[in-house]
Design a protein around this ligand. Structure first.
Ligand code: 5RP
Length: 228
């Protein structure tokens, strides 16, 4: 019983930190901006904060079907990236982040569209709770989206590089693909690994965001936020 209570309070602490970072990210949004919006529970707090400021943002490019539903429920029009000249700011969470603003993303399986929207954005503001800040990436299993027919081919290539890929069986991405979560990696050079893994045939997207890192990291803490 005690364990359940303490796990719950730890969760709600992390949740409060996520909310703080999400609300602080509003200061990067200017009236009339076209936003890019990521996916996940931290982004859920951000969309709730946007909904409380009607008229601030009228339209956004979404990174997933789940986020599209939340944006539409908040009265924000969802635009096709192909019809948008510029995304002023992209707001998204992460699973791990370093002070160099390199990220692991894809815990929610939306990494491909997230990487596309991040690439299209003038500014990428990443919102995380301080439990996700690490010295070296890799304790969180690295998500890799793969073409389904290449899943085992990619898995073998990753094993040969010392990783332990686990197929996320319950997950089919919004793009109809599979996800491998790669355990056992320590990632001292995220740019190099991102480039290397991108070369494996069948890999759609590697959940390392290092070649295009976040421009700003807003970290929710117990008492406020830290901006990196
Ligand atoms: C989804 C992601 C999310 O940003 C990441 O999983 C963090 O999620 P949460 O805010 O729920 O902790 O990359 O693909």
């Amino acid at each position: 019983m005690n364990q359940i209570i303490s796990a719950g309070s730890k969760d709600s602490e992390a949740n409060a930190k996520k909310r703080r970072s999400a609300e602080a990210a509003l200061r990067y949004v200017e009236p009339g901006n076209v936003l890019g919006v990521g996916t996940g529970s931290t982004v859920g707090h951000f969309i709730a904060a946007l909904a409380a400021r009607p008229g601030l943002v009228r339209s956004a490019v979404s990174s997933s079907e789940a986020t599209t539903r939340l944006l539409q429920a908040a009265g924000i029009e969802v635009l096709d990236l192909n019809e948008v000249a510029a995304i002023h700011v992209y707001i998204d969470g992460a699973d791990e982040a370093t002070r160099a603003r390199h990220l692991i993303k894809g815990g929610g399986g939306a990494l491909t569209r997230e990487k596309i929207v991040a690439a299209a954005a003038q500014r990428f503001v990443c919102i995380v709770d301080d439990g996700k800040l690490v010295g070296t990436l890799g304790a969180f299993p690295l998500p890799i989206e793969v073409i389904p027919m290449a899943r085992e081919l990619v898995a073998r290539a990753i094993e040969a590089r010392g990783g332990r890929p686990v197929w996320r069986r319950e997950c089919v991405t919004d793009n109809g693909n599979h996800v491998l979560d790669v355990h056992g990696l320590s990632i001292p050079d995220p740019c190099a690994l991102e480039c290397e893994l991108n070369q494996i045939a069948g890999v759609v997207t590697v959940g390392l965001f290092a070649k295009r890192p976040a421009d700003v990291l807003v970290v929710g803490t117990a008492t406020g936020t830290e901006t990196i």
